[in-house]
Ligand binder design. Structure first.
Ligand code: GLY
Length: 353
């Protein structure tokens, strides 16, 4: 897999001028969703470097990360005369970078693309590392390919307009990166003042977080081994998201990951000796910052079924990434149904459900 260039930008206009001038392309397309079309595209649409581009806009929200939306993007690329030598810029959150990346990777068997993530979640996770795809059959990111953007532009200025929910959604992935890296970074994240955000400090934390992800991805781009570390919190998190989707009570991805971290750190305590006081710290942080996701005992079976579809599994045995301690990762762990149900009991109890 090609290594992607991650560019930290303090002036989006300047960075785009420099980055786009390095590409040779016949046609330029910019993919937005309804939010970024209104709020972000106007910032760059007049740039000479982007002159003559064709805009493709899709409906915002994870519920639209579908085969139908993907087909409309392929159709618009086709109508606009896109070739294998065209360039697509994905301007948006994780839904846009995931779906746009998949469209770019598959149209005419692949064209060049640039990600400009506009949310914290997309900056620290979705836009970096080459995972692209769509939801399918009620399952998150069920169909997709590994195809890294040629360039990812991280423009810190977008962080300043984040609302609280989108800040914490992205922050959950940063916490995960803290948990898989070291105590110093983890503690730095826990003590960051989210009520009075210092955007310069946040920009530095974002850069650090992306470096952690890049280091892992560079070692194992196709997730055969250590990249599974990045799935910490996601085996359960994705099941919560799928349940939420099925019940029409959609939750932000990072929130599901935060609740998933509580569950999987509990399993880590039980199975691999993760320190209890650190679990307590995470539970406290998650309760205060993310509230709770309500589940009943009679939904455990359904959650378990969702977990059996996790992409890391083999032969239906649920695969977890666990920790022995902060920075001490153990991949390819399993838990049986009873342990998984006990994990949900713990989650409900600690969340006060
Ligand atoms: N979001 C986890 C990964 O990129 O591997």
């Amino acid at each position: 897999m090609n290594k992607q260039a991650v560019v930290l930008s303090t002036s989006l206009e300047e960075t785009l001028r420099e980055v786009v001038s390095q590409y040779v392309f016949d046609k330029l397309f910019i993919l937005t969703d309804t939010h970024t079309a209104a709020l972000c595209l106007p910032r760059i649409s007049m740039l000479p470097a982007l002159s003559g581009y064709t805009e493709i806009s899709i409906a915002a929200g994870d519920v639209h990360k579908t085969l139908d939306t993907l087909a409309t993007v392929w159709q618009k690329l086709s109508d606009g005369g896109a070739t294998r030598h065209s360039l697509l810029i994905n301007l948006g959150g994780g839904m846009v970078t995931d779906l746009g990346g998949f469209a770019a990777a598959t149209f005419k068997r692949g064209m060049q693309y640039i990600n400009i993530p506009t949310t914290l979640l997309a900056m620290v996770d979705a836009s970096v590392g080459g995972k692209t795809g769509i939801n399918f059959n009620g399952l998150k990111n069920e169909v997709g390919v590994f195809a890294p953007a040629n360039t990812v532009i991280l423009y810190a200025g977008f962080l300043e307009s984040l609302d609280r929910e989108n800040f914490f959604s992205g922050y959950a992935e940063m916490l995960k990166h803290g948990l898989i890296s070291n105590n110093e970074h983890f503690n730095e994240l826990l003590s960051f003042d989210a009520d009075a955000i210092n955007y310069t400090a946040l920009g530095k934390l974002v850069a650090h977080s992306v470096r952690i992800k890049e280091e892992v991805v560079n070692q194992d781009p196709f997730e055969r081994g250590i990249r599974k570390a990045l799935n910490l919190g996601h085996t359960v998190g994705h099941a919560f998201e799928s349940l939420a989707l099925a019940e029409n009570r959609a939750v932000l991805h990072g929130y599901a990951v935060a609740w998933g971290l509580v569950c999987e750190l509990y399993l880590s305590c039980v199975k691999t000796g993760f320190p209890k006081e650190k679990l307590r710290t995470v539970v406290q942080f998650v309760k205060e910052s993310y509230g709770l996701f309500y589940i009943e005992c009679d939904q455990y079976e359904q959650l378990y079924t969702f977990m059996q579809h996790d992409k890391k599994n083999r032969a239906g045995v649920v695969n977890f990434t666990l920790l022995k301690d902060v920075g001490n990762i153990v991949i390819d762990q399993t838990a049986d149904k009873q342990q998984i149900f006990e994990m949900f009991d713990f989650y409900r109890e600690c969340m006060g459900i």
